[in-house]
Design a protein around this ligand. Structure first.
Ligand code: ZN
Length: 239
C-alpha cells in the first residue's frame, strides 16, 4: 500500500508492539498514540518509551515511524471503580471480566485516536484488540469495531479503517507473528521491553518477559510463550 498512513494504538504491551511492527511492514507512515489514564503503574508508560527506543535502535525497518502522542485520560479515573485506577485486589466477575475492566474504555480510546488520526491524515487505525484471549471485552469484538468504524467514518466525513491483526490470534500466535515480522530481534524486544503484568511487577525476568507470574495477564503470556515454544517457535507467514 503506497502513500498510506496509519495510526497505531500503542500501549507498550506485547500486542500493540506486534501491531506496530505489523503496521511498519504495511504502511508508508506509522505514528503512535497512547493513553495515560492514571494507570496504577506508570511502568507501562515507561515501557512504551523503551519499546519505541528499542525499535529505533534495532535493525528493523523503522523508516516510516513517526510521531508519538500520549493523551491524558485521567478523567477515566473519575468514572471507574476498578482496580486499574485504585489500589484494590484484582478479582474476576461472573462474566469472566477482571475488575480492571473499564466499561467502554476501548470505545473512548478509538474515538480519541480517530481525532489524532484525522489530524495526521491517517486513514487507518491499528489496534491489538483480540477476541481470542479476552473474549469478555465486548468493545474489543469485531462487531463492535465494525459499528464504530462506520460511526467514526460518518462523523469525520472521511473513511477510517480499523485494522485488528490480532483479532483471532492466540498469544502463541502473537509470538509467531513477532518472529515473522522481525525475527529473533523483535521477539527479544517483546520479551525485554513490553509490559503485561496487571500488578506492574518487573522485578523478575522469566523466559517470556517480566511479571509477577501469577496474575491473569502474566498467566496468559506465559502460557502463550510455552505453547509457542512447544510448537517449535513457528513463524507466522502473515506476520
Ligand atoms: Zn503479573
Amino acid at each position: 500500500m503506497s502513500g498510506t498512513s496509519a495510526l497505531v494504538l500503542f500501549s507498550g504491551g506485547q500486542d500493540s508492539t506486534v501491531c506496530l511492527a505489523w503496521a511498519l511492514a504495511r504502511y508508508d507512515q506509522v505514528s503512535t498514540v497512547g493513553f495515560d489514564y492514571g494507570q496504577r503503574h506508570s511502568i507501562e508508560l515507561t515501557c512504551r518509551q523503551n519499546v519505541l527506543k528499542a525499535f529505533r535502535e534495532s535493525s528493523l525497518n523503522t523508516d516510516g515511524l513517526g510521531e508519538d502522542a500520549l493523551l491524558d485520560l485521567s478523567v477515566l479515573g473519575q468514572i471507574s471503580e476498578t482496580s486499574l485506577t485504585r489500589e484494590a485486589e484484582i478479582t474476576m466477575s461472573e462474566q469472566g471480566l477482571p475488575s480492571t475492566f473499564v466499561p467502554g474504555r476501548n470505545l473512548i480510546f478509538l474515538t480519541l485516536a480517530s481525532a489524532v488520526a484525522y489530524r495526521r491524515a491517517a486513514t487507518v487505525m491499528v489496534g491489538g484488540m483480540c477476541e481470542t484471549d479476552f473474549s469478555g471485552y465486548p468493545d474489543c469484538r469485531r462487531n463492535t469495531l465494525d459499528a464504530q468504524e462506520q460511526a467514526i467514518s460518518l462523523g469525520l466525513d472521511r473513511e477510517m479503517v480499523i485494522e485488528t491483526p490480532l483479532m483471532h490470534k492466540t498469544k502463541a500466535d502473537t509470538f509467531a507473528m513477532a518472529k515473522g515480522l522481525g525475527g529473533d530481534e523483535l521477539v527479544e524486544i517483546v520479551v525485554e521491553h513490553t509490559h503485561t503484568c496487571y500488578l506492574g511487577d518487573r522485578s523478575k525476568r522469566h523466559d517470556w518477559g517480566y511479571g509477577c507470574g501469577t496474575c491473569p495477564a502474566c498467566d496468559l503470556r506465559a502460557n502463550g510463550w510455552d505453547d509457542w515454544q512447544a510448537a517449535g517457535c513457528p513463524t507466522d507467514p502473515a506476520g
